[in-house]
Ligand binder design. Structure first.
Ligand code: 6PG
Length: 250
């Protein structure tokens, strides 16, 4: 597994650079199928989605892209907590992506039923590689407790689950979520971690420097055939060096 780290002065610069890299990947994509991306939610990706909408609305043929979600809170799509709502407002409403290319997790449905339904959507829509659904890109965030997707501390078994999607619970709020599992995350072609802010610096250092000994769920993101690229701002990278390109091979 190859791992690159790209560090930028600010979260905005990091998001713009990632938007440009994603656009480059999509424009260079030549396979006879849709380029598949699974998006995380939370607050960090909003800058990325805004940069994609502002810089790559016209320069990108969004008809060639299919969008999925890494996870979703079990709330209606218009709820302020909804990852879909954040993505719709920051990106989807501003780009010409066909509605049929956008595969929303239905947070308003019964969680167990929706985990099954969304598993089927992914298994039907994504190409298979290594006998499991494959995403060209998976965008991940990092929680201050080291969670990623909706795989929280104590639930690392979701990295070994046989299911494509599972029901998770935010241990701090009790809120249910739908999440893709590690079986899918670690089958991706490229995993981007987009992380910003000083509060995440300790976790970033632990995962980047200690790898499998970090003691956090995000350490289990280890694409079997793919790569990880970290997009960090200076604050999140403050304990692993400054604004410079570093290559770390785990
Ligand atoms: C979610 C995300 C989650 C997120 C981290 C970081 O639904 O909240 O998928 O995994 O990436 O919690 O969230 P912030 O970007 O808000 O810090």
């Amino acid at each position: 597994m190859n791992c690159d780290i790209k560090i930028f002065r600010t979260a905005e610069e990091s998001a713009i650079a990632l938007a440009d890299e994603l656009a480059g990947l999509i424009n260079a994509f030549t396979e006879d199928r849709l380029f598949s991306i699974a998006l995380s939610g939370g607050s960090t990706p909003k800058l990325l989605f805004q940069a994609l909408a502002a810089r790559h609305n016209d320069s990108l043929d969004w008809r060639r892209v299919s969008l999925f979600w890494v996870d979703e809170r079990c709330v209606p799509p218009d709820d302020p907590e909804s990852n879909y709502r954040m993505t719709r407002d920051a990106l989807l409403e501003k780009i010409a992506i066909p509605p049929e290319n956008v595969h929303r997790i239905r947070g308003e449905e019964d969680p167990d039923s929706e985990a099954l339904r969304y598993s089927e959507v992914i298994e039907r829509s994504a190409v298979l590689k290594n006998e499991r659904p494959y995403f060209d890109v998976i965008l991940l965030g990092l929680g201050e407790d080291g969670h990623t997707a909706s795989i929280f501390p104590g639930k690392e078994s979701l990295f070994r689950a046989a299911e494509t999607c599972a029901v998770a619970v935010n241990p701090y709020s009790g809120q249910k979520r739908i999440t893709i599992t590690g079986r899918i995350i670690n089958n991706a072609g490229l995993v981007f971690f987009l992380v910003s802010g000083r509060k995440k610096a300790d976790i970033v250092r632990a995962i980047v420097c200690k790898g499998s000994k970090a003691g956090y769920p995000a350490q289990f993101v280890r694409p079997v055939y793919g790569s990880i690229i970290w997009y960090l701002d200076d604050e999140a990278a403050s304990l692993i060096g400054g604004s410079k390109q570093k290559r770390n091979i785990f």
